[in-house]
Design a protein around this ligand. Sequence first.
Ligand SMILES: *Cc1c(COP(=O)(O)O)cnc(C)c1O
Length: 488
Amino acid sequence: MENQGVNYFVEAGKRAAEWHKHHLEEMRRCRFDTIAVHGIYSMQEALDFNQGSLIEPVYMSTSQGYRNSDEMEAGLGYMIPTWCYSRIANPSIYYYEGVLALLEGYGSGLETSCVATSSGMAAIQSAVDPFLVEDPKRPGAKMNFVATTQLYGGTFQQFAIRKDQERNIEWRKVYRSTDLDEWEKQIDENTRFLYGEMPSNPSLSFFDLEKVAALAHKYNLPLIIDSTVATPALMRPLEHGADIVVQSVTKSLATSGFAISGAVIARKNITSNIDNDEMKADFCAYLKLLPNRDNGPNISPMSAILALNDIRTIRMRMDQVSTSTQKVAEFLENHKAVEKVDYLGLSSHEYHQLASRYLFLADSELDPHYGKKVNRYGHLMSFCVKGGPAPTRQVFDAFQRIYRATDLGRIKSVATIPAISTHSQQGEEGRKMANIPDNLIRLCVGAEHPDDIIRDLEKALDSLEGKKVSFSSPEYSAGGASSAKLQK
Ligand SMILES: *Cc1c(COP(=O)(O)O)cnc(C)c1O
């Protein structure tokens, strides 16, 4: 092939980008389920480039080969759409990012973009770090950020240890996130962003997103929301004013539980007091091409496609697991051995009213079964067992269907005791801040029939009255040394 010059490829790149932009516009006009199912993978792309493959191919390759030095120069100079090296970009990862950007922006009319990360924690780190840079106008001033204390345990540690303790960046804590004054009085000229998780894991805290977003913007700050528990099927923080959303895609979005995965999704033109126009114009494109290129929190193409495959059914699953969880929560609320049940769908919950203004099943008004907007509250709930940690462990140990694991969002029901697992590292004081007593069991109801989950819970709770629950199981699973031990 004769060299036609860099410009030849730049022109071809422009035509391709134009085509993709047009295709994105078409997808943006589709309904939620259509977007979730097809994402940004087009029939044209399937037929012309992927041998007609119906499903997005897994491009398990570290890098792209170029036709010649001109194309390489155009690619590496970010002058054409390219995937040069999988730490930066990859076609499979591109499909994953595309669907998440569209789903988080659904119904908002906003232009959104997404950058994939290897985990939810990497998404949080990627989302907050670009703001934690020194202000040249205030050299040496101690930076801070304002964030709620009701957070996932890993986030709590990232903020308390990695940021506050190790980097001397002050975490200004909001204890009661519904109190707007508490947020506001922590903000000063050295604040870089506001951060909240809602609903929070596991305590299901909730705040008035629109009011907190307005507060952030009043001070020229971005609002970052961890929306893992809701998923875009139930709530899309960007349409309520948030600038950036982080997702642990690992959880409900990728319910099968094959791999860890994360994402940052942002609106175009975010608010920030940092003097960096490129970052503000398209935050995720900036992350992808610069900081994340240099720091390397990229996802594997395999994990991206595995997650993508689950994302297709997110709306219908969140509908089903939400109605099941409602039933389970109502059962537990009426059980005499249960001290308290936390589920946003229960009218007894402190934030039920507030959550009901934000959590709706996407497109339910178009569903012939519903015909109107219906609230759905997700599948995360928790309950406290009467009598303290010992009976709590006894109930927990008696589950025969519900898995004991530090996980959530699974297609199978999973439970944990946060005080001895996800939230053990932050200590007793930290748990008090996050509202996590030691008799609390976090339960995430899967897609089993709810009656079978209720039966498992009932038997486990009955064990407190001395009714024996026999857990008959081989000591270890089949395979390897453990099964040899059983055969002795
Ligand atoms: C699990 C979780 C995270 C961390 O995500 P990983 O994918 O495990 O790194 C962050 N936020 C919330 C709310 C989570 O539940």
